[in-house]
Design a protein around this ligand. Structure first.
Ligand SMILES: [Zn+2]
Length: 233
């Protein structure tokens, strides 16, 4: 058993942090955020104090991540189906062949190529869906960005840029559509007030099921293909 004081953690300093916060981050595991003037020893003390809270959460996170990473070696979810991973020596990009994804042999190249492939597919899928949604809302989007966001599946800027995470392709069918229509409704209502939900309800009365799925399982989508440092920003 590990000595609690030696439990590894990721340290983040935050100028605006008023106190020490400890959380289990889906990408990095145990993460401690401290005010800029606090010391690493303060963080270590907090970790030791909170050990009873931390231990089961880190164990659950590790088990979940292990399962996902092991499954990812053989197959990846794609809109409710599973695509089989078929490594091929010398291959650089990813091609889909029925339910097979032909991928590079090397692990790092494989994940990079897969992220690029999912990103491109996301643009293919989101573009026509966004056109339908903005036509229904009656306001055009100015730009579409495919992202790998940390906490939000989509966003709508004040200038009309719609951002959607490619990771929604890892979720069951309907989740990506829900986010596209949700963001399109923000072109009309830039808030989550009753008028916003009334519009979404009228255009996508089936929104509750995918929204619930994302609330329950959304964090797991980040475990399939770990984000790069650049993407995770
Ligand atoms: Zn919203």
């Amino acid at each position: 058993m590990t000595d609690a004081t030696e439990r590894p953690f990721r340290l983040r300093r935050h100028a605006r942090a008023r106190r020490i916060t400890v959380r289990v981050d889906v990408d990095h595991g145990l993460t401690v955020t401290i005010p800029s003037r606090a010391a690493r020893a303060d963080a270590r003390r907090a970790v030791a104090e909170l050990e009873p809270w931390i231990a089961p959460r880190v164990a659950e996170w590790e088990a979940r991540r292990r399962t996902v990473r092991e499954s990812a070696a053989s197959g990846l979810p794609y809109r409710g189906t599973t695509l089989r991973i078929v490594p091929e020596p010398g291959r650089r990009g990813v091609v889909r062949d029925g339910d097979d994804l032909r991928v590079p042999d090397d692990d790092a190249a494989r994940d990079r190529a897969l992220r690029a492939w999912y990103r491109a597919r996301a643009r293919d899928v989101v573009t026509p869906e966004l056109e339908r949604a903005t036509a229904a809302v009656g306001r055009p989007a100015t730009r579409l960005r495919i992202t790998d966001t940390r906490s939000r599946w989509g966003s709508c800027s004040t200038t009309g840029t719609i951002s959607v995470s490619w990771r929604l392709l890892l979720a069951p069918d309907g989740c990506l559509e829900y986010v596209v229509w949700h963001e399109a409704c923000h072109l009309e209502h830039a808030h989550h007030g009753p008028a916003f939900w009334a519009l979404l309800d009228r255009l996508r009365p089936d929104w509750r099921e995918p929204a619930g799925w994302l609330r329950r399982h959304g964090a797991d989508l980040r475990m399939w293909l770990p984000p790069t440092a650049r993407d995770a920003a």
